[in-house]
Design a binder for this molecule. Structure first.
Ligand SMILES: [Zn+2]
Length: 464
């Protein structure tokens, strides 16, 4: 079938327009404690839509303490009597809504805020939370540490999927993308990096404040602050994209000049392959951090010590697939990982390595009786979200199967069209299927049913 694309959720404006035509007299009710994602029922919140976060944070590595204020600007999407933010640990000093003291209580990972007066639907309001404490990482059985992670010379935040609430109050679901700005104050001699671009440095009383500001909406799990003794390079790729990289000097295996060059070259190559780079700057942070994964934090992925080029290819591909176009629900994670894996395949094939067909054939040889085929790529369950075969390999195989079915020309039209069509927004698997069908003029339901939504080995793809 050839469905018409569903309307894309707009940011804020729809809520304002709705408010103008609805009576404001109904009962004011609490916002939902979650965004409605079955994988993480308490992640995100209902009843409002965040437009921006301004995080002002001072860190003292010696005591491992932060003192912070996070200011959130949001719009009520219902008549709100109270609302939740996601926030764990730390000690709250005060909570205000539009400058007036608000009542609050903590309920597990929820910070429940009752403003002095109800917030009518369509109202834009500002919440300010002042807090201090010694934030600690979440321990994930599969991923290890996530959230605020201490390092020998500072800290770094790596928050996929739900770690951001360890260090700032947040509506922590990718469906609530927002703008971010940071003011990070550290002792003299240390540096602070974050998403977006630098917006000023100020030194006072032996401390330095680094300001960063993003100009594109971002899923909150991608919020990144890195504090340490970094050596920073700030230049431009040959293709003209501002490139800011930082290397922890204890990583003697990492060549900072090569890391900067590779980041620029990979960004340019991917822009030629996937379409215009979606943000104002690219980059990366190589840090001595005790995790076993790299993360595609927006503008500037974080690499735990290793800066192999193929890892850069993967994390930078996420700038298009995952960061600019974000999942609607966590079950859509293959739209991030399958695409980033396929980017690795394309890079390898374009640089004298195995072809994408060879990669596909090797993986497809796995016997149908293998349990690995039973996980559904398009709905793997929370525990299967980062399954190497079901999400990364089979996600990339799904794209190769699409390519074989529709041919190279149509396939690359889809691959480039997708991040352009949904830039800065959220999309799920059904959006992708509809988009691919529209772009190729083919009925692809059977193909995607077999590859994404069936817990069995799909039939071999053939050209249609
Ligand atoms: Zn990835």
């Amino acid at each position: 079938m050839l469905p018409v694309l569903p309307p894309v959720a707009s940011h804020g404006l729809a809520a304002v327009l709705t408010a103008a035509v609805l009576p404001l007299s109904g009962p004011f009710t609490p916002g939902a404690p979650g965004a409605g994602d079955p994988y993480f029922p308490n992640a995100g919140n209902g009843g409002f839509d965040v437009a921006s976060y301004a995080i002002s944070l001072a860190y003292t590595p010696k005591t491992r303490r932060i003192a912070a204020t996070t200011r959130i600007t949001a719009t009520a999407t219902q008549d709100l009597s109270r609302f939740d933010l996601d926030f764990a640990g730390n000690t709250i000093g005060s909570v205000t809504v539009d400058g007036a003291k608000a009542r609050y209580r903590r309920d597990g990972g929820e910070l429940v805020i009752t403003p002095a007066r109800g917030l009518p639907q369509g109202r834009t309001f500002t919440v300010a939370v002042t807090y201090r404490g010694r934030p600690g990482a979440n321990k994930d059985p599969e991923l290890g540490q996530t959230g605020w992670i201490r390092t020998k010379d500072g800290a770094v935040t790596l928050s996929q999927p739900v770690g951001s609430s360890t260090w700032f109050p947040v509506s922590d679901h990718p469906s609530d993308k927002a703008l971010f700005s940071y003011a990070v104050t550290v002792p003299k001699g240390l540096r602070a990096l974050a998403n977006g671009e630098p917006a000023g440095i100020a030194a006072r009383h032996g401390r330095t404040t680094y300001r960063w500001r993003s100009s594109h909406p971002m899923a909150p799990y991608l919020a990144m602050v890195a504090i340490g003794r970094f050596r920073v390079r700030d230049g431009r790729s040959p293709g003209g994209v501002r490139t800011i990289t930082a290397v922890d000097p204890v990583l003697t295996d990492v060549n900072g000049a090569k890391f900067q060059r590779d980041t620029a070259a990979v960004t340019d190559w991917e822009a030629r392959t996937f379409g215009r780079f979606p943000f104002r700057s690219t980059g990366g942070v190589a840090d001595d951090v005790d995790v076993s994964y790299a993360l595609e934090t927006q503008n500037r992925p974080v690499y735990p010590g290793t800066t192999d080029r193929i890892i850069l290819v993967h994390e930078l591909a996420h700038q298009w697939f995952g960061d600019s176009v974000s999942v609607a629900r966590w079950k859509d994670i293959w739209l991030n990982e399958g695409f980033a894996t396929y980017a690795e395949w394309l890079w390898t094939a374009a640089h004298g390595g195995k072809s994408t067909a060879q990669r596909f054939a090797k993986l497809y040889a796995k016997p149908a009786s293998d349990k690995a085929w039973t996980i559904k790529t398009g709905d793997p369950g929370e525990r299967g979200m980062f399954d190497g075969f079901a999400i990364y390999d089979r996600g990339a195989m799904t794209l190769e199967a699409l390519r074989r079915t529709v041919g190279d020309k149509a396939f690359f039209r889809v691959l480039r069209g997708w991040p352009a069509r949904f830039a800065g927004r959220n999309a799920g698997s059904t959006d992708f299927v509809a988009f691919a069908e529209r772009e190729t003029g083919k009925d692809l339901d059977r193909l995607f049913d077999a590859w994404l939504f069936t817990g069995a080995k799909p039939p071999a793809p053939k050209a249609s």
